[in-house]
Design a protein around this ligand. Structure first.
Ligand code: GLV
Ligand code: MN
Ligand code: MN
Length: 416
């Protein structure tokens, strides 16, 4: 077994071309992407990814959640594979790199290993996880969650989108439901490359984030119930305005998050008001509060204060209120050896780096439960993500992928 030399690098131009080619599938309206999970665009992106993997000599596995696994053989048939990957689905107004860099960076690694005739003892498997974003079917990281045994497959199949279509039916419809039992694979390790989606690395001029931990999250869907009534003729004291109740609860959400700042954040990005007519006082407001923090006690505190405070607000206003937890995971600590492999790779390659806590959720957060896991981050411009204007430089993509290459090779073992 030999160590990877510092001159071993990926082909950055080929990586960039692949990113741009994938971005042509499911274009957004402002230069980014709308390739939401289990849409026709998702199917098209998957087909392109499969063609690329097969052209790189890999065999493609597909499980019953639509997770795709491209395998490059190792020299030892008994050695557990080293996994790498991320997701190809996007937000409705998503960027070209969130998730996609981790998948296509992995593809570039497979191609580089082929170019250089490098053999590894452990097989290497590249994954595209289904429905990381959770925007069409909540929660986020749905298929990696089933893989890790957090959700049952039946529950995942029953998730519905805004039109009432189920995850299971849509997976079948686009033709990407496989036969393989979900979660049966054992991993030597899992590495995920991702853009930071925050401002720290760029502000500090660092090429690489060595991700040591991930924030925990709780998504609480709140339903406030009042009474639809005429906006003109209903006297103020007689109103049961669910929209106003929601507004007051959203102020509370902001206050709760600020009370733990800078180590916690909170907002509601999903809001539906019924009947959403200009001259009807809203009778129902449904919205999802997203609280995140690396500290489990803080997460529980924020959730409890939301329930108590929202109930008080609604009682005072004569409104009904109900809560449903629609997603969540506890803060994550990644595997020390895998994290060390990422840090050592950045050092060996001469890239500037710092340890960082992931602000976003990632499939790695679930896979960490069933395999030694770590993540590599690269900067993104202005820390902007979940926005079509999300941008990275080719040099950032290159550095992140080089580090992923070296961390994977160190773990998979190069064979002379
Ligand atoms: C996933 O993108 C999340 O962090 O919500
Ligand atoms: Mn992502
Ligand atoms: Mn995302």
């Amino acid at each position: 077994m030999t160590a990877a030399g510092e001159n071993l690098r990926i082909n950055p131009a080929r990586l960039w071309d692949s990113l741009m080619e994938m971005a042509r599938i499911g274009p957004g309206v402002a230069g980014g992407n709308n390739r939401q999970t289990l849409t026709d665009a998702d199917a098209e992106g998957r087909a392109l990814f499969r063609r690329w993997c097969e052209a790189a000599g890999c065999t493609m596995g597909l499980d019953q959640m639509g997770n795709m696994f491209a395998r490059r053989e190792g020299t030892d048939p008994d050695a557990l594979p080293v996994y790498m990957g991320s997701h190809l689905d996007t937000q409705p107004t998503g960027g070209k790199y969130d998730g996609v860099l981790g998948v296509l960076g992995g593809l570039e690694i497979l191609r580089t290993l082929n170019d250089l005739g490098i053999k590894t003892r452990h097989p290497i498997v590249l994954v595209n996880w289904t429905n990381e974003e959770g925007t069409r079917f909540a929660p986020a990281m749905l298929a990696s969650g089933v893989f890790a045994g957090v959700h049952t497959q039946d529950w995942a199949y029953a998730r519905t989108d805004a039109e009432g279509k189920t995850f299971g039916a849509e997976l079948q419809r686009i033709g990407w439901r496989g036969e393989e039992t979900v979660g049966q694979r054992r991993m030597r390790a899992y590495f995920e490359l991702h853009i930071e989606q925050g401002p720290i690395l760029e502000a500090e001029g660092k090429d690489i984030g060595v991700v040591t931990r991930g924030q925990g999250l709780v998504w609480t869907q709140v339903t406030v119930t009042g009474k639809d009534a005429h906006t003109g003729s209903t006297p103020m004291p007689m109103r049961k305005n669910a929209g106003l109740g929601m507004a007051r609860i959203l102020e509370l959400v902001d206050e709760i998050a600020w009370s733990h700042a800078p180590h916690a954040v909170g907002a509601a990005g999903h809001i539906v008001v019924h009947p959403n007519s200009r001259n009807v006082i809203p009778g129902t407001a449904i919205f999802t509060v997203d609280f995140r923090t690396p500290d489990l006690d803080v997460l529980r505190d924020m959730e409890a204060r939301l329930h108590k405070g929202a109930r008080e607000i609604c009682d005072r206003m004569g409104l009904g209120v109900a809560f449903e937890t629609v997603g969540g995971f506890d803060p994550v600590t990644f595997d020390a050896d895998c994290v060390a492999a990422v840090r050592a790779a950045a050092e060996r390659l001469g890239y500037s780096h710092r340890d960082i806590i992931s602000g976003a959720g990632h499939d790695a957060c679930w896979i960490n439960r069933v395999a030694p896991t770590a993540m590599v981050m690269c900067p993104c411009v202005d820390g902007l993500s979940h926005n079509e204007a999300e941008e990275i430089t080719p040099d950032w993509a290159r550095a992140g992928t080089d580090v992923l290459l070296h961390a994977v090779l160190e773990t998979a073992g190069i064979v002379e």
